[in-house]
Design a protein around this ligand. Structure first.
Ligand SMILES: [Zn+2]
Length: 196
């Protein structure tokens, strides 16, 4: 079942102050994970590319992103925001590791990036991008319930909201919303039923 994780009273504190604690949580999923703020050159470099497809300011401030074992969160995020995102991002690190043949998440970067972005096609039917997000959200929903980080009500609301984001411009329309959002809702109900 895993240990429970403190929800209060520090949910609104800066995550940066508790970076070591959050990194330790992420490392229960993959021991290689390193947390970074978004003021480094690599995060700025990625933001330039993301800015071609979506609002750059929103990408920088509202979205976390993961490349292999490195996870990037904006400096302004609260502990609570990172706590309820980090298990999703940590699952992406695992996905990188799968594509790195279990050796290291960094080994998986070329293959995972191609499959995530382009299979079978960049926009409209990027089913693998949709599937990786659904898988990461299923994993984080299950873990957050088990560890007492989120309640079933919070999970059900979030999967619906996140499903809509995944099927939008923000993820460059990987899958039709009419199918994608119900798939996220179904996943949420299954996880809640399973974990309770
Ligand atoms: Zn994701």
């Amino acid at each position: 079942m895993g240990s429970t994780w403190p929800r209060t009273p520090l949910m609104t504190n800066s995550w940066v102050e508790r970076k070591d604690e959050l990194q330790a949580l992420a490392r229960t999923v993959d021991k290689s994970i390193v947390l970074k703020t978004k003021d480094c050159w690599f995060a700025k470099f990625i933001a330039v590319f993301a800015g071609i497809f979506m609002d750059k300011k929103s990408f920088v401030e509202d979205f976390a992103f993961t490349t292999a074992n490195f996870q990037f969160y904006h400096e302004s995020w609260t502990y609570g925001q990172v706590l309820t995102t980090i298990l999703h991002e940590s699952r992406h690190t695992r996905q990188f590791r799968w594509f790195g043949f279990g050796i290291h998440p960094l080994v998986g970067v070329p293959l995972y990036s191609i499959v995530y972005l382009l299979v079978p096609f960049f926009v409209g039917v990027a089913y693998m991008r949709f599937w990786f997000e659904l898988d990461a959200e299923r994993f984080s929903s299950r873990e957050e319930l088990k560890r007492g980080i989120s309640t079933p009500t919070e999970i059900l609301a979030r999967v619906k909201r996140f499903g809509a984001v995944v099927c939008s411009r923000d993820y460059f329309w990987p899958w039709p919303a009419a199918w994608g959002i119900p798939a996220f809702e179904r996943m949420g109900r299954q996880v809640v039923e399973e974990v309770g």
